[in-house]
Ligand binder design. Structure first.
Ligand SMILES: [Zn+2]
Ligand SMILES: [Zn+2]
Length: 155
């Protein structure tokens, strides 16, 4: 089970625990995520902010520009700068936790691959995981229980 997963930043100042499994896990191949990570994609676990326990440290929000103009803040360790999680669209109740910061990132494989149109060509996608050129239809992909959780925080 995916309860009680813990993670943190590179220097160890920030530590956190997830109170439950996330609602859904994105592997995003968009250009913004590539640039912000300096890598091929980002893996984000979408979970309610109130299910995250901050065990130590104080991640600081850094606003980044977006194509849509909607806000995106990346919360980073103030000491080492590791990106821990993001808030998108001015919705602080929902966090996108960077799966690569978990102590065991194998615990949360992606449920979908998105923005595959800008995927780097030498990255193969796994069989059996839905992949979308751009964004996707939440209602069609998310489990009913996760949609219910999302409604509970976002209305
Ligand atoms: Zn740190
Ligand atoms: Zn992205």
């Amino acid at each position: 089970m995916k309860d009680g997963l813990e993670g943190g930043c590179a220097c160890g100042a920030v530590r956190y625990r997830l109170g439950s499994a996330p609602m859904f896990v994105h592997c995003c191949h968009c250009r913004d995520c590539q640039r912000q990570t300096g890598s091929a994609f980002v893996i984000n676990a979408l979970i309610e902010t109130d299910r995250i326990t901050l065990l130590s440290g104080d991640p600081r929000p850094v606003a980044v520009p977006t194509d849509s103009g909607r806000p995106h803040e990346i919360h980073r360790c103030p000491d080492c700068g590791t990106a821990i999680w993001s808030n998108y669209g001015g919705r602080p109740a929902l966090r996108f936790v960077r799966v690569g910061t978990l102590d065991d990132p194998t615990a949360l494989p992606p449920d979908v691959h998105i923005y595959v149109r800008s995927k780097l060509p030498w990255i193969p996608l796994p069989e059996g995981t839905p992949a979308f050129d751009a964004y996707y239809d939440l209602q069609a992909q998310w489990p009913a229980a996760s949609l219910e959780r999302r409604r509970a925080i976002l209305g």
